[in-house]
Each structure stands twice: as C-alpha cells, then as structure tokens.
Design a protein around this ligand. Structure first.
Ligand SMILES: Cc1ncc(COP(=O)(O)O)c(C=O)c1O
Ligand SMILES: [Zn+2]
Length: 411
C-alpha cells in the first residue's frame, strides 16, 4: 500500500524511503511522524470486516507491502463487552469495555509489536529492540519468540512488575534490566540501538506502532455495527495508544466506514500527568517533563514521547484529559473485577477511574455511550491489590470451615 510520513509539528511530508523514525528538522521529541494515505485509493466496505478476526483484517488500511509477515499468534480481535447493569448504576446510556487483556502476551501492546515485526521483516532487520515500562517489552519478546527470523533486545526498569520481567525472560529475549526509570531506559536504549544498527520498536519514535495500535479503535467500530460511541477513555503514558485510537477512528471516517470520530478522553495518573499538563496549557503543545510516580507502572512516564500527537489528536476529537489518584485507580480495579469480571492492571483500570470522576462532575452523562479501553490484564501487576486483601488460613476441618463461613453468610 502507498503511504507517506508527515511530521506532526512542521508538517513536512517524507517518502518512507527517506526517513526511518522521526523528522530530522524537529528531532525525536517533537518530530514524531504520522502515516498518511491517499484515502481515495483505499476501497473498503463494511461487509468485509468481522467482530472476531485478528488485527490484520484491516490490512487495506495498514502501511504494509503485499506479502507482509504476519505473526502466527492471534493479535487483536479482542472482545468488546457491554455491561447494562453498570450503565444503569452509573447513569449512562450504554457502557462497554474493550478488553485487550486477552491478547497473546496480555496487553494492547501486541498490536504495535505485530506491526513492528512486520516492518522489521520488510526492512530485513535481524534484531529489534525496545525500551518499555514492561508491556511493550513482554509483548515484543513474545511475538519475536514466535518469529524465527528475529531476535529481540529489551530495556526495562528493573523495578517493573515481576510478571512482565518473567515474561521477557521466558520468551527468550535478551533483557537489559536498567537500574533506573523508564525514561532513563528509553534514552539509553536509543543510544545503544542506534549504535548497533538494530530496528527500534520504541514508542512514538517508530511511526508504524501507532498504525498497529489503531486497530483497536477499528474493532470497536466494527463491533458496534459502525455506530461509534460518544466517548472512548484511554490510559495515557507516552501517548501513543491514545493517538492510535484516534487515528483508527479517523482513518475509518476518511474512508467513510463511520460518520464521525468519537471524543477521545485521556486518563493519566496524578503523579505522571505530563500529557495532561501540556494539553491544559494549550497550543503550541510544548513538552513539559516531570518525575513520574504512580502505582500504575505502565503509565509511569515523566517524559512522554508522543505528547504532541496525543494532544493534537485528542483536541481534534473534541476530547480532553483527566487525571486520577492511585487510590481511585485501585478502587476502579476492584470495581471492574468484582462487578464485571474484568481484571485490569492499574493502567488498564485508570480509564474507569477517569470515567467515574467525570460522571461526578457531570462532564459525561445519561445520554452518553461510553467505551473504556482496558489495555492490560490484571495478572500483570498484582502488587497494589495484594496489599489490600488479607488471606486468613483456615484449618482443613469441617467445624473451622463452617465457623469461617458463618462470618460471611451469617447462618
Ligand atoms: C496497559 C497499558 N495501558 C496504557 C498504556 C499507555 O500507552 P502509551 O504509553 O502509549 O500512552 C500502556 C503503555 O505501556 C500500557 O502498557
Ligand atoms: Zn518536523
């Protein structure tokens, strides 16, 4: 498929053969690139898409060559659950959850990794690297494990949740566990990756990741019968997932599969709300960096790499940003799990926390159809919840068990 790359800040258009990652004029921070298409050239109809197929069902809308490499694991085609009881409780018209915890490595990041692996294959690379708060890393490790012609090198903060680190190791990737923050892991990975000539799957730097990430939005549109919701809420760290969600709806709008783009709301943790700060300050969106601190490790980003895009796109959608406390995130995790059976990691529960806050202040209301993106499986990080629940051992005899149950059931 034919496409071009355009700088989000200065608007310069490049041929994909001219530039690999970011705009040379604006640099890696402000010069992230968007993939642009000639929409008149794309012929698609609603009938060709299904609610269950994997993300590559959207290949006509992806910047891929004819014979591209597709990972053998099923990426995308994740469920969109509707919860009428929750809608009623919250006072919404409809409430739905896009659950990406069922992807091969249990997060939304598999969509970007599958795309990065297809591009690395097309470009003839043998090694692909990534810096990550954890999920992009475990994702890239898992999907390269299923790809015989590629190896991965991963840079993560050593304090990333253990399940994510174990995933990286068991998938057989080379792990560099950085004794520092994600922001530090990112910077050092860029230096080393460039020096070694490896392909970068670093968030925002690689323009194709967002194209993989847009497929989640496209699935929402298909699964809702092309009647898109009023709001989609997304957890935000670097800002690439949210930009991808916007772009998915935008591309579908441009090829006339849907008649509007929903308002996209970014949800950040209070201790890592650099994108919100930039958005609230207004245009031109100048990066504001901070020290990140939140229990939601996946969105513990102080130096967001896709901040310009994340602000531009959310503004274009008519949406905005909101921040939530760690306590609100944990509460949202528990509520999603205990009332809907959806176990989200903290970053995946943040959108629900954001929604509850917006309902309280009346920014979202009873006529609205709302989708939240649960981007990561709860089993990925149970640290915050573990502390919350105490588990009392009970002796394996009938009397003690009945005694214990009496306290619960009052019989
Ligand atoms: C579960 C989860 N949710 C949300 C995000 C946020 O994505 P982004 O950093 O692109 O804003 C991440 C990123 O690691 C994630 O792993
Ligand atoms: Zn530029």
């Amino acid at each position: 498929m034919r496409y071009k790359l355009r700088c989000i800040s200065c608007g310069t258009v490049y041929d994909p053969s001219e530039v690999e990652y970011t705009c040379p004029k604006c640099g890696p921070r402000k010069g992230t690139l968007e993939v642009i298409f000639d929409y008149d050239e794309i012929k698609v109809s609603r009938e060709e898409f299904s609610p269950e197929a994997d993300m590559f069902q959207f290949e006509k809308l992806l910047p891929l060559p004819k014979d591209y490499y597709k990972v053998p694991l099923k990426v995308g085609g994740t469920p969109l659950y509707e919860f009428p009881n929750t809608a009623e409780k919250l006072g919404l018209n409809r409430f739905l959850v896009k659950y990406d915890g069922v992807n091969p490595t249990a997060s939304y990041k598999d969509r970007a990794s599958a795309m990065a692996i297809a591009k690395a294959t097309e470009k003839g690379y043998k090694i692909i690297y990534a810096a990550s708060t954890g999920n992009a890393a475990s994702s890239l490790s898992g999907l390269t494990a299923a790809t015989p012609h590629l190896k991965s090198v991963i840079f993560v903060p050593v304090r990333a949740p253990r399940p994510k680190i174990v995933q990286i190791k068991v998938f057989g990737a080379t792990l560099v566990a950085i004794d520092g923050s994600y922001d530090q892991a990112f910077d050092i990975s860029m230096k080393v990756g460039e020096k070694m000539g490896w392909y970068s799957r670093n968030s925002a730097i690689n323009p194709y990741l967002l194209e993989g990430k847009k497929t989640g939005a496209m699935e929402i549109a298909v699964q809702m019968g092309y009647e898109v919701p009023d709001y989609v809420l997304v957890g935000v760290g670097d800002g690439t997932v949210i930009s991808g969600i916007y772009k998915g709806f935008y591309d579908m709008y441009k090829v006339e599969l849907i008649d509007r783009v929903p308002k996209i709301i970014g949800v950040q943790a209070e201790g890592a709300d650099a994108v919100k700060k930039v958005f609230d300050k207004g245009e031109p969106f100048e990066p504001i960096d901070m020290e990140a601190s939140t229990i939601a490790d996946s969105i513990a980003v102080g130096k967001p790499r896709d901040v310009v895009k994340a602000c531009r796109y959310v503004k274009a959608s008519g949406g905005f940003y909101v921040s939530v406390s760690d306590e609100e995130i944990i509460e949202a995790q528990v509520e999603l799990a205990s009332e809907m059976g959806v176990f989200a990691e903290p970053a995946g529960a943040a959108p629900y926390a954001g929604l509850k806050k917006l309902l309280k202040i009346g920014k979202v209301g009873k006529d609205d159809v709302v989708v939240i993106a649960v981007t990561g499986n709860g089993l990925k990080d149970i640290r915050a919840l573990e502390k919350k629940f105490d588990i009392t051992p009970v002796s394996p005899n009938e009397e003690d068990v009945l005694d214990y149950l009496k306290k619960v059931f009052d019989f």
